[in-house]
Every structure is written in structure tokens, then in C-alpha cells.
Write a protein that binds this ligand. Structure first.
Ligand code: ASP
Length: 308
């Protein structure tokens, strides 16, 4: 069976409003998204697996300080940084996830180590860090992860909270990175990584590392990576819900994904979006907010990136 590969990536639904986006910054976002698409596509073009493709694409996004994951992760209310990540292999639904970690350069690689080196699905905090060391994964000192822009965002969020106002600026609140892929043999995979939401409570875990919420993959239906209000994605079990609509009602990928993003999420006051790839190689990237940093490629076609 030789199928066309397909890959989609996202850099989060927390896009800057158009009137605050400069030409230079917009170009920088497109360049960073292109690099991540290239990182994943190189694997697929060389006959590699969907799992390796999403790992490489997410590592590229984690290394880029423009996005809220790895380097450039947002700050918790008490000024710390706690990262969550997950990876899922659509073959046999193998999965690995980590939550509340700071130190490993690429949290998605720690999630993959959970999947490949343990009999568990999720490790948190110190236990996850211990595994990362055992696996020989690279660590960075705290200054590596620090960015002025994220620190400023925390100060603004804390000031809003102090005044009893709600922070409704997606650029400040949101961000996450993710990738979904189908390789030439028809295997699907998904990976997601995030610093979470600016000003979150210490210890808060979002949808990103929750299998069936922010990350999901099953070769028979779809691979999903989400971004947005994590609590809403968890409450509507977004990733699994899309899979279930495809599997039990025969809905097409685009229809199932749009119905969750535009129908279910708003019911739980959730803004955000997701990227999805189907067993047939279709790609869907619905969002219910101003934009979502994203990029995609289907074998034989040009890679593309978009923000709004
Ligand atoms: N979904 C992420 C979380 O709740 C944040 C985001 O994508 O904006 O942790």
C-alpha cells in the first residue's frame, strides 16, 4: 500500500490580532512555521514514520521562542514555567505524556520516552525528569526558556486579575504547538506540546497531555492536536469525540472536526482550534477564534502556512 503522506502543524490559536501584527513579525511566524513543516516533511519524504515526523516537527516548534512550548513557554501565576506534552501513535494507540515539567529542551521527546521506555502513559514532575535523564535527553537551564514577551504577558494578566477583569486576549492567554501526520504506509500520529495558559495556577494541567482531549490518534480514523482553552477541550473530550463521530456515524473528517470546534467547544466557553489528518490523508484545521498559526503539506503539493 503506497499512499501520499500528509502533515499539518500548528503554533497555537493565540494569534495576535491583525491590527497588532507587524509585517516583520508576520514574516517571522511564517518562516518558523515553514521550518517546522520542512522538519516533518523531510522525514515523510524519506519514507519515515508519521511518529518520527510529528516528533521532528514539534521539536522544531519547541525550539522556536515565538511559540508557547519549550523555549518561549508562558509563565504560571507564581512566575514559574510548567510544560505539558503528549505523543500518540495511531498504530495500536500507543501513547506517552508528561505534565508539569521544566528542564528538558524538548518535552515531546520526554513524552515519547514515556511511550517507548515505560509501561505507563503519563508521568508528571520529578518522575518525568528522571526518565528524561535516564533516556539521555538534553536539558537546558531556566534562562534558555525565558522570554521577555511571555514575562510581560504574565504581568499584564496578573494586573487584569487584580482589577477583577477577564483576560480575553487570545495572544496573551493561548499558545501551544502540535503536529499530525499520515505516512506513506497509512500510519497516523499526533504530538502536542505547551507551556499551558499564562497565569495558570501552579500544578494546573491542560488538555495537551490528555489522550482523547488535546491529543489523539487512531489509524482507522484520525490524528488530532488541539490548541485553546484546555479545560473546554478536556470537558468535551475533543480528540476522541472527532474520532467517535467518524467511527460511529461515518462523518467525514472535516465535518466531524468542525462540529466539535464550532458546536461543542463554545458550549463549554472554549475558544481555540485543532489540526486533524484523516486515514485517507485529508487535512482539516478548524478554529473558532481570530486565527491559528498553522502549516501543512500533502505529498506532491506545495507546503503552505497561514495565520488568519
Ligand atoms: N490548550 C493549552 C492548555 O490549555 C493552551 C493553548 O493551546 O492555548 O494548556
Amino acid at each position: 500500500m503506497n499512499k501520499r503522506y500528509a502533515l499539518a502543524i500548528h503554533g497555537g490559536a493565540g494569534v495576535l490580532a491583525r491590527d497588532r501584527m507587524s509585517d516583520d513579525l508576520e514574516a517571522a511566524y511564517h518562516a518558523a512555521l515553514s521550518l517546522a513543516v520542512q522538519a516533518g516533511e523531510t522525514v515523510l519524504r524519506d519514507g519515515g514514520t508519521a511518529l518520527d515526523a510529528v516528533t521532528q516537527a514539534v521539536c522544531a516548534l519547541e525550539d522556536e521562542p515565538l511559540f508557547n512550548a519549550g523555549r518561549g513557554a508562558v509563565f504560571t501565576a507564581d512566575g514559574g514555567q510548567e510544560m505539558d506534552a503528549a505523543i500518540m501513535d495511531g498504530s495500536g494507540r500507543r501513547a506517552g505524556a508528561v505534565a508539569g515539567i521544566l528542564g528538558p529542551r524538548n518535552p515531546v521527546r520526554v513524552a515519547r520516552a514515556v511511550m517507548e521506555r515505560t509501561r505507563h502513559v503519563m508521568l508528571i514532575g520529578d518522575g518525568a525528569l528522571c526518565l528524561a535523564r535516564e533516556a539521555g535527553l538534553p536539558f537546558e537551564d531556566p534562562p534558555y526558556f525565558f522570554t521577555e514577551a511571555r514575562r510581560r504577558a504574565l504581568d499584564e494578566t496578573l494586573a487584569l486579575v487584580e482589577r477583577g477583569e477577564i483576560d480575553d486576549d487570545p495572544a496573551r492567554r493561548h499558545g501551544t504547538v502540535g503536529a499530525v501526520a499520515r505516512d506513506r504506509t497509512g500510519r497516523l500520529a499526533a504530538a502536542t506540546s505547551t507551556g499551558g495558559m499564562t497565569g495558570k495556577r501552579k500544578g494546573r494541567v491542560g488538555d495537551t497531555p490528555i489522550v482523547g482531549a488535546g491529543t489523539f490518534a487512531d489509524n482507522d480514523t484520525c490524528a488530532i492536536s488541539a490548541t485553546g482553552d484546555g479545560e473546554a477541550f478536556m470537558r468535551c473530550c475533543a480528540g476522541h469525540e472527532i474520532h467517535a463521530r467518524m467511527r460511529y456515524t461515518g462523518r467525514a473528517l472535516a465535518d466531524a472536526a468542525a462540529s466539535v470546534v464550532s458546536g461543542d467547544l463554545p458550549r463549554y466557553e472554549g475558544s481555540g482550534g485543532l489540526i486533524a489528518v484523516g486515514a485517507d490523508g485529508d487535512i482539516a484545521m478548524p478554529f473558532n477564534c481570530e486565527g491559528m498559526y498553522r502549516g501543512w503539506v500533502i505529498e506532491g503539493e506545495n507546503a503552505r502556512t497561514a495565520i488568519y
